[in-house]
Design a protein around this ligand. Structure first.
Ligand SMILES: *Cc1c(COP(=O)(O)O)cnc(C)c1O
Length: 247
């Protein structure tokens, strides 16, 4: 029998890790003369069980990131069946196939990975039955040597992609996102992303979201001007290799 009064080691771990990540965010904000309230922490739960998500929600993190449509939809359904708590805001951050647009539009609050007109069209159709627009970010590929597996639009096609989203009745354009290219200094990539954010805001002033920074580089992202950081490993510990977990 477990003693219900005894501290739960897994939950203690989660609380400890969250405190460390929050301290990193606060220190980065202090260095950059920014208010930590400007930063949304997204807990990236890919590869983690629904119970781990429940744990982090109970600790007060409301934004959850996932990168695989089916894994995320299943987890969202499991969480909806658990005891009541504030409903998470789901962020879809992975590469998205058009045929999974409906799966994602049914649970996600924001899609960070919009990178091509065909996906805009599929998401717009899929979002009709939500009853409210789906927030989207344009993912930029800032790698001088692009990797087709990472996704992202070439910066020179950004304005055309933004126009496609502006024409989409059921999508709301909220900003930009990137994953720092492994071959490049992260800070340099994030500075460029913020530059493209300003280009986008000249078209649509309300598109202020800058989604950048992960466990390894959240300080560089906050220093450059990120509004949303996507943190997995530093909150949940190491994941199994993607090939080891079923999605
Ligand atoms: C996995 C993932 C993250 C989180 O990465 P960590 O290094 O575990 O913090 C952030 N963004 C995207 C797009 C991801 O796929």
């Amino acid at each position: 029998m477990t003693d219900p009064a005894a501290p739960n080691p897994a939950a203690q771990n989660a609380a400890q890790r969250l405190a460390e990540v929050r301290a990193r965010i606060e220190a980065a904000c202090a260095d950059a003369d920014r208010d930590p309230a400007e930063i949304t922490l997204i807990a990236v739960a890919k590869g983690m069980a629904a119970e781990r998500v429940a744990e982090i929600l109970a600790l007060g993190v409301a934004d959850i990131g996932e990168n695989k449509a089916q894994e995320a939809a299943t987890k969202a359904a499991v969480l909806a069946s658990l005891p009541p708590r504030p409903a998470p805001r789901w962020h879809f951050i992975g590469q998205l196939q058009r045929n999974k647009a409906r799966t994602v539009a049914d649970f996600a609050a924001m899609v960070h990975s919009v990178d091509r007109p065909a996906l805009v069209a599929a998401l717009d159709r899929a979002a009709v039955r939500r009853g409210q627009p789906l927030d989207v970010l344009l993912q930029l590929d800032l790698d001088p040597d692009p990797d087709p597996n990472r996704g992202g639009v070439d910066p020179q096609d950004l304005a055309a992609l933004a126009d496609a989203v502006l024409d989409a009745e059921h999508l709301a354009l909220r900003g930009v996102m990137t994953v720092a290219p492994p071959s490049q200094d992260a800070r340099r990539a994030f500075d460029r992303l913020v530059g493209y954010s300003q280009v986008l805001q000249a078209i649509l002033p309300s598109a202020t979201v800058v989604s950048a920074g992960m466990s390894a580089d959240l300080e560089a992202a906050i220093s450059a001007g990120a509004t949303h950081v996507r943190v997995g490993t530093a909150l949940f510990g190491a994941r199994k290799l993607a090939s080891e977990y079923r999605t």
